[in-house]
Design a protein around this ligand. Structure first.
Ligand SMILES: CC(C)(COP(=O)(O)OP(=O)(O)OC[C@H]1O[C@@H](n2cnc3c(N)ncnc32)[C@H](O)[C@@H]1OP(=O)(O)O)[C@@H](O)C(=O)NCCC(=O)NCCS
Length: 242
């Protein structure tokens, strides 16, 4: 289902359990050698997803290990993102000539634990979340907000990996289109610089609620070097079925 959120240039793969056999490379094994079983399972199935997605992009099987601050290290001309939560694992990748950066995140469609919304939401979000929950209780809008911010972070990080401190929850304000399946993340802090020197001020993304999960995805479409590098909009996301 993640492919429903992604433009055609992005290849993805997902799994709903850990039944897929996946041999880890030594470098990957080293990462989880001391980890608990749950972490080993999610890490391994996410590598299965990453290998499938890379394969669809035409890449051979390579190790995908966490690099600086946990971000996955992809082949040189590839951008990508990984997510896992109970009952779901996914990876999405694209050529950097097509997509500047991307972020995906999945969460259970369940209320955030007490106190978390107040910790992650800015003022305007604290206003619209209760309103959206009243109007459409089938979607946990508090959890969708959290997921969207995680996708923002995953898409933002590769563009500004050295920034300290890292992007905080208070530095993005999210608005959802409750019908069309889109969302917009406005950066409240200085945005990262794109290759043409312009500042990225916002990310646009897509969301869905299905199979007990909320899923969000952001893709910044690359533009030609002489065109102005602006983030992709929902309309830019040339949605196709894989
Ligand atoms: C890193 C973080 C985004 C991961 O999200 P999560 O919902 O906890 O977990 P998920 O399962 O969805 O994602 C885990 C994957 O994220 C990826 N990831 C970790 N650090 C990352 C980073 N700095 N940049 C991009 N991706 C990262 C990894 O691939 C990881 O899987 P792996 O360890 O198996 O390779 C989250 O733990 C975090 O630190 N959030 C705080 C920062 C933030 O969200 N700020 C809000 C800005 S508006």
């Amino acid at each position: 289902m993640i492919e429903d959120l992604l433009p055609g240039a992005i290849m993805s793969s997902e799994a709903f359990d850990d039944s897929q056999p996946c041999a880890l490379f030594p470098a990957e094994q080293a990462v989880i050698s001391g980890a608990v079983e749950k972490r080993r399972r999610e890490f391994t199935t996410a590598r299965w997803c990453a290998r499938n997605a890379l394969g669809r992009l035409g890449y051979p099987q390579v190790p995908v290990v966490p690099g600086a601050k946990g971000a996955p290290v992809w082949p040189a001309d590839v951008v990508g993102s990984i997510t896992h939560c109970t009952g779901y694992r996914a990876a999405a990748v694209a050529r950097s000539s097509d997509i500047t950066t991307l972020g995906i995140d999945a969460e259970p469609n369940k209320p955030l634990p007490a106190g978390i919304l107040e910790a992650i939401a800015v003022e305007e979000e604290l206003r619209w979340v209760p309103d959206f929950l009243r109007r459409d209780p089938s979607a946990r809008w508090d959890r969708l907000l959290f997921s969207a911010k995680e996708s923002v972070y995953k898409a933002w990080f590769p563009l500004d990996p050295l920034r300290e401190p890292r992007l905080d929850f208070s530095e993005a304000s999210i608005t959802f289109d409750p019908v069309g399946g889109g969302f917009l993340a406005r950066l409240l802090a200085e945005g990262p610089r794109l290759s043409d020197g312009s500042e990225l001020r916002e990310f646009s993304g897509r969301w869905l609620v299905r199979r007990g999960l909320v899923i969000t995805a952001i893709a910044v479409i690359a533009t030609s070097p002489d065109a102005r590098n602006t983030p992709g909009t929902a309309d830019d996301l040339r949605l196709t079925q894989h």
